[in-house]
Design a protein around this ligand. Structure first.
Ligand code: PRT
Ligand code: ZN
Length: 283
């Protein structure tokens, strides 16, 4: 079968998490900072290390079969690719931001104003949808300094913590889009058995991240109360303890409601609760 190629960011915000995800999928490869391509030794896959801006087109044009890239880049390059899996990292928002002098208060105040951005295509569509006729100034980096330099009245840029906006005297003003890293593929390729296999591995790693393995001790008489709290993969595993009348319960708990569940378990008599990370969950 033809060796797959996956394009990931060579260096930058998505590189480390992309490499980590592939390694967690059990793929063995060298990650030399200097190389542009790395061969996986235990799966028919080559990894191409590229600038993120090139990844969507490489996938669309078939130079790579798969790619990991931010949705913001996909939307900006206006390619037609298949979203195979949202990856939950690289989260940020593309936001409008204005100087904190109070002159621009609403979207309509942007009419006739200049907005600096590295995302002209996304911004153009957003402004058209909101009936705002503004002048888009495309700049390739350090967008946040544009108003201070007199280049623009507002900006449209990616924000994660908001620290960059703040330190440049800008206030966020409206969300243009939310973004996170996505695994993309070429449309029509979804049934390729190697892609199916790799996608299953990715999903098992993501699922495991969202859950914790929990072992607890409880008196057998309180077992039903614990069971009603749990919605594990199947019903929990129950193992008798050496002490008469007590059992150990093994289960998985979703990360998002983890602390609530632990308090509820304690309230019905759970003791000696041990929590462990899960590496993979294969359904
Ligand atoms: O060299 P290459 O072209 O591959 O990389 P790049 O410099 O274009 O991109 P890079 O590595 O900066 O970002 C890659 C991807 O990470 C982006 O396309 C987004 O999908 C995602 N991402 C997540 C972010 C941020 N968070 C982010 N905060 N990309 C950029 N930023 C910028 C932000 O604009 C600000 O200037 O980081 C700065 C700090 O942000 P605050 O809000 O935390 O201060
Ligand atoms: Zn880039």
């Amino acid at each position: 079968m033809k060796t797959l190629k996956i394009a990931i960011q060579k260096s930058g915000r998505l590189n480390e998490k992309s490499v980590e995800l592939l390694k967690n999928c059990g793929l063995s490869f060298e990650n030399y900072k200097s190389s542009l391509i790395s061969t996986v030794s235990n799966f028919p896959l080559e990894i191409l290390f590229l600038r993120d801006d090139d990844i969507p087109e490489y996938v669309q044009d078939g130079i790579a079969d798969l790619g990991i890239v931010g949705e913001n880049v996909i939307n900006e390059t206006e390619v037609d690719v298949a979203y195979l899996q949202m990856l939950g990292f690289g989260k940020c928002s593309l936001k409008l931001a204005v100087p904190n002098n109070g002159q621009i208060q609403s979207l309509s105040d942007l009419s006739g104003k200049a907005i600096a951005t590295s995302y002209p295509n996304i911004l153009k569509k957003f402004l058209a949808k909101n009936n705002v006729a503004a002048d888009i100034r495309t700049i390739s980096g350090s967008v946040e300094i544009a108003p201070g330099l007199g280049l623009s009245d507002a900006i449209c840029d990616l924000v994660s913590t908001g620290g960059t906006l703040k330190s440049n005297g800008l206030i966020p003003f409206g969300d243009v889009m939310h973004s996170q890293a996505v695994l993309i593929g070429r449309k029509g390729d979804e049934q390729n058995p190697l892609i199916v296999e790799l996608l299953q591995r990715v999903q098992s790693v993501l699922r495991a991240k969202e859950t914790k393995y929990v072992v607890l001790n409880i008196e057998r008489k309180n077992l039903d109360a614990i069971k009603s709290l749990l919605s594990g993969i199947k019903s929990p595993t129950v193992v008798p303890l050496a002490e008469e009348g007590w059992v150990a319960v093994h289960t998985v708990v979703a990360e998002k409601d983890f602390w609530d569940k632990i308090s509820q378990m304690k309230a019905v008599g759970a003791q000696g609760i041990v929590v462990m990370p899960i590496e993979k969950i294969i359904l």
